[in-house]
Write a protein that binds this ligand. Structure first.
Ligand code: SAH
Length: 243
């Protein structure tokens, strides 16, 4: 079954954009995923095709109308999850991406201006998603990010070379560093252990590097990883040093 993405936007011309090239582009040609866009403006009801209005209570900018966006959304209503791009959403994680990639696809709502009328989220089942703590000018780039992350996980897209399971975040850790030829570059050599041919030693080195880099670069991830480790698989707490 083809994984299907529907993007609701005021700028359908932004799609597939970069997803028409490389891995995602090839996968789309092979029918592994499909994309369609819905022009939100097509659901405006006045002769000026208005999609936004001034914020209630005053202030700068414009707000996307709940009635117009809901009509656009209702036009694609099916069983796929509906995600809205908003900096107020839950930060996107690899875990959520993997779950979405394992489903039948997504419908993505892209905001513009100051965002959506809040009542939209009360009136429809919509998951609010953020791609990070910074502000974009519109949800389209966020939609591209989300789709790219999902598409590479679809069956057959990355090929046998990588299942993606070793990568940053999949294990709760950042990935270990990579090296390739030349053996010596500007006087720097590849770590000796990687040339040893000793697979167990290499695996141990990679694990310790992943742990060290996570601890140093992302103490937040490290803390969560360590927290999860304290719980044994049975759910019982493991003995720690100070117990
Ligand atoms: N006034 C809003 C920002 C609106 S930015 C606020 O301060 O929260 C305009 C649109 O860009 C949003 O509706 C959303 O669709 C998109 N957008 C901006 N930043 C985003 C982010 N970090 N993640 C996901 N979407 C984002």
């Amino acid at each position: 079954m083809t994984w299907r993405a529907t993007v609701l936007t005021l700028y359908p011309a932004m799609f597939p954009g970069p997803l028409g090239l490389s891995l995602a582009g090839r996968a789309r040609e092979e029918g592994r995923w499909a994309l369609d866009t819905v022009q939100i403006r097509d659901f405006a009801t006045d002769k000026h095709r208005t999609v936004d209005d001034t914020p209630a209570g005053g202030g700068a900018g414009m707000v996307l109308r709940a009635d117009v966006v809901a009509a656009a959304l209702d036009s694609v209503a099916d069983t796929r999850p509906v995600l809205a791009m908003t900096p107020r959403g839950a930060p996107l994680t690899q875990g959520r991406v993997r779950a979405l990639a394992g489903g039948e696809g997504v419908t993505i709502l892209c905001g513009r201006f100051e965002g959506f009328d809040e009542r939209l989220f009360e009136g429809r089942a919509i998951e609010q998603v953020s791609i990070g703590d910074y502000i974009l000018s519109g949800g389209e780039m966020g939609a591209l990010v989300l789709l790219d992350a999902c598409i590479r996980l679809l069956p057959g897209v990355m090929g046998a070379a990588s299942s993606g399971e070793d990568e940053s975040f999949e294990t709760g850790l950042l990935e270990y560093p990579h090296y390739t030829r030349p053996q010596i570059w500007e006087g720097r050599t590849i770590p000796e252990v990687l040339r040893s041919g000793d697979h167990a030693k290499i695996a141990a080195w990679r694990k310790s590097m992943a742990e060290e880099q996570t601890r140093l670069r992302r103490p937040d991830l490290w803390e969560r990883h360590e927290g999860a480790r304290v719980q044994s698989p049975s759910g019982a707490r493991r003995q720690t040093k100070d117990e």
